[in-house]
Design a protein. Structure first.
Length: 286
């Protein structure tokens, strides 16, 4: 299923433009814009689509890289912009890029930084650009899952698609199937993209239930990425799926006190699992 990201791209453009105006007015040049949302909602795709409208843009992922290899790989990525081969740290890389930044408008996407051990050094290097640049021609977009990641910066929240978005994407789909798709995916772009609208909902559901499916892997990754003890949260989600929607019922199914179960549920909601918990939320909050 292909969903149009144009509305999200336009909203990001408005956010970036408003941020640039604010920074100029306050004479405070914060070049970082965070794109925040749950795993699989399309943060990276949105950032990449947005920066492509700028002549000088680049995408760089820190995934699987240690500090030394990340620095080397980034230097190679921006080598067409400036000779940064002599840089031995992030601050030096960005200082060597200053002449290029002064001359050209550029947008950079720095992805998968949340678990990168050298994250602070990169952020400090970007902040250090303010000592050399007196405009906002150069922006850095940082996809992240948590609003608290990377400190206080302008944040654009990317929310999952809603029921109406799915209807627009596949107008021929029957309303009950749209509701079922929304209930199963929570509007998460990665899951919706894997849905084959040429097949029935039942056929897609059978495929999703396979252990190696995108659906199965994405949901497991979402819990695993957010929590140190994912087994506890699997138990909550299973209890809700089995129709146990009251706090006392879920706690009993898990074998934990009500207050401990409530703590787990609050953590799930804070991590962006609201859609999955919507059926139970009314009873839980009572």
């Amino acid at each position: 299923m292909k969903l149009n990201m144009e509305s999200q791209r336009m909203e990001l453009q408005k956010t970036a433009a408003a941020h640039v105006r604010h920074c100029r007015y306050e004479n405070n040049y914060d070049r970082i814009i965070k794109i925040c949302g749950v795993a699989g909602c399309g943060k990276t795709a949105l950032a990449a689509a947005y920066v492509q409208n700028t002549k000088f843009h680049c995408y760089f992922s820190f995934q699987g890289l240690d500090q030394k290899n990340a620095l080397t790989a980034f230097k190679n990525t921006v080598s067409a912009w400036a000779d940064v081969s002599s840089a031995s740290n992030w601050a030096e890389v960005f200082r060597l890029l200053v002449p290029f930044f002064k001359k050209h408008t550029s947008k950079l996407v720095l992805d998968d930084m949340e678990h990168f051990k050298g994250c602070d050094a990169v952020l400090d290097a970007i902040a250090g650009l303010s000592g050399f640049l007196s405009d906002m021609k150069n922006l850095f977009f940082l996809p992240c899952r948590y609003a608290a990641s990377f400190g206080e910066h302008q944040t654009f929240y990317l929310y999952p698609y809603d029921y109406t978005d799915i209807r627009k994407a596949v107008p021929t789909m029957a309303a009950p199937d749209v509701a079922r798709v929304y209930a199963m995916t929570g509007g998460i772009g990665r899951l919706l993209a894997d849905y084959d609208e040429k097949e029935s909902f039942q056929t897609n559901l059978k495929r999703w239930m396979q252990p190696d499916s995108v659906y199965h892997c994405t949901m497991r990754q979402m819990v695993g990425d957010n929590f140190r003890t994912p087994a506890s949260y699997h138990g909550i989600l299973y209890a809700i799926a089995m129709g146990q929607h009251r706090l006392s019922e879920i706690a009993k199914a898990m074998g934990v006190p009500n207050n401990q179960c409530k703590t787990y549920l609050d953590a799930l909601i804070a991590a962006g699992f609201q859609v999955l918990l919507r059926m139970a939320d009314h009873e839980i909050s009572r």
